[in-house]
Design a protein around this ligand. Structure first.
Ligand code: FE2
Ligand code: FE2
Length: 474
């Protein structure tokens, strides 16, 4: 399964043996590079960046670190090795051999799943394209670029599946992935959160913490798929995704650490006093959490969804840790507990397990999201500050599903329109919050120096010191 880097498109799928596919992908490649130049990291095309590149998909030493100009990054096609005799782990085809080709009756759904996942990858690169201009350190700048090139590779992963398994309409979808643009009024990206702006580094870290974690859960569900090429490609994407969430978790941790430290040293508590010291007040950080969490939980879709049931029953998309779950993996007649709004109150009720698979994945995501909050609160506690960050209620600020249209406060109360309007400025980032955070953003790129509002990381990348020259500007 070693990767062939001598080819134009690095791969471990014997691409050279399938000339038609190779030609089709080599035809798509210049469009991808044009897209990268047009809407990839701004002004950064000639930088030498200390990046990791996959050398093999084996767990030991899959990555090699070296200086690379991003347009020369070896984007390619890497699938985990097949598991011999793997069977479909769930749904109505449970126990049958996994599919190596697309089953005709599930073709449209499978294509839709792959396109929807594929669309998020270039979208996040577009959302983050200006951030390099205001990096708080060279270390952070390098991490941003690493995330960007890997999202580019995730696009390659989905485009490979479209080209190889879906013929002409797959190729058309692959073109569409380069044509839509995040936030574009006429041709936006498919999912809401991927059309939001990521204007500053607090938003970037929140995005990588919450929205890349949605990616992790979607990929985990797809890594169980009965369509084996999808399972194998998402398994490898997950190993890259881990770094993205590390960037988010540690980035917010370093911001919280710095704020709490400055608050203690100066005995400052009032947000205005904290801001005057040049760090981000905890209240603003909480409002960013509320925003990014709520737009991200919407990505899981409606809480009751017949599509979700179909994707599962037909063996296309499993649950979080499907194979480890102790049930029949078919779920007919099973139920799942939902929170709903009824007569102005939140109630718990049972609903069919198949129809509520989106909600179940959302709940798994929320449980996973708690870990970072606990770590950040320890930073605050260590400085002896009573403030605690928290996740808002999952019904807060929702646009999709049963909570859409209801007003739910972050602490989980159903409230009226007036209280909602009055509360918004305390719950979601205001123009003033965003302007303040923007005012802190300035380019700090001398090796070893960090912007005032963020603490340095405890260690560097790949065993290098924190003040290593991670980017050479040329
Ligand atoms: Fe990704
Ligand atoms: Fe990611």
């Amino acid at each position: 399964m070693s990767i062939n880097y001598s080819e134009k498109i690095p791969n471990n799928v014997n691409l050279a043996e399938d000339r038609a596919l190779q030609r089709a992908l080599e035809h798509w490649q210049p469009g991808f590079l044009n897209w990268w130049r047009d809407v990839g990291p701004e002004g950064a095309q000639v930088f030498d960046v200390y990046l990791r590149t996959a050398t093999s998909v084996e767990p030991e030493g899959w990555a090699q670190f070296d200086y690379v100009k991003m347009p020369d990054y070896r984007w390619g096609i890497f699938l985990n090795p097949p598991q011999p005799d793997r069977t479909i782990p769930f749904g109505e085809h449970k126990g049958e051999p996994v599919w190596q080709e697309v089953p005709g009756e599930h073709r449209a759904n499978l294509r839709r799943i792959i396109v929807t996942q594929g669309d998020t990858e270039p979208a996040s690169v577009e959302q983050q394209r200006h951030l390099g201009l205001t990096a708080p350190s060279m270390y952070d700048l390098r991490n941003l670029f690493q995330v960007n090139v890997e999202e580019g590779r995730h696009l390659w992963a989905m485009v490979y599946l479209l080209h190889k398994y879906f013929g002409r309409d797959g190729r058309e979808e692959a073109e569409g992935l380069l044509e839509r643009r995040s936030g574009d009024a006429d041709n936006p990206r498919i999912l809401g959160a991927f059309n939001e702006k990521t204007p500053d580094w607090l938003a970037f870290f929140m995005f990588t913490y919450f929205t890349d974690r949605d990616g992790k859960f979607q990929l985990l569900a797809l890594s169980e798929s009965g369509f084996d090429p999808l399972a194998r490609t998402t398994q490898f994407m997950l190993t890259e995704e881990g770094h993205h969430m590390f960037v988010g978790r540690s980035g917010i941790s370093r911001i919280v650490h710095r704020t709490a430290q400055v608050m203690r040293e100066n005995n400052a508590e009032d947000p205005a006093a904290v801001r005057a010291l040049g760090v981000i007040d905890l209240e603003t950080i909480q409002r960013y959490i509320n925003f990014h969490f709520s737009v991200t939980v919407d990505l899981f879709g409606a809480d009751q969804s017949s599509n979700a049931a179909t994707f599962f029953s037909s063996g296309l998309k499993g649950r979080f840790q499907e194979t480890a779950l102790a049930d029949d993996h078919v779920l007919k007649g099973d139920s799942y507990r939902l929170t709903a709004v009824e007569d102005g109150a939140l109630v718990e009720r049972e609903a069919g397990a198949l129809n509520t698979l989106n909600e179940r994945l959302r709940d798994d995501f929320i449980a996973d999201s708690m870990n970072g909050i606990a770590r950040w609160n320890r930073q605050i506690e260590l400085e002896g500050i009573p403030f605690r960050l928290r996740l808002p209620h999952k019904g807060f600020n929702r646009r999709i599903g049963g909570f859409a249209g209801a007003h739910i406060s972050p602490d989980g109360r159903v409230i009226g329109a007036e209280e909602w309007q009055a509360g918004l400025k305390h719950w979601l980032p205001t123009m003033d919050d965003r302007a303040f955070v923007a005012s802190l953003m300035g380019r700090v790129v001398t090796p070893g120096l960090f912007a005032n509002w963020i603490a340095p990381p405890p260690v560097g990348i790949n065993g290098n010191p924190v003040d290593f020259e991670y980017v050479r500007f040329n």
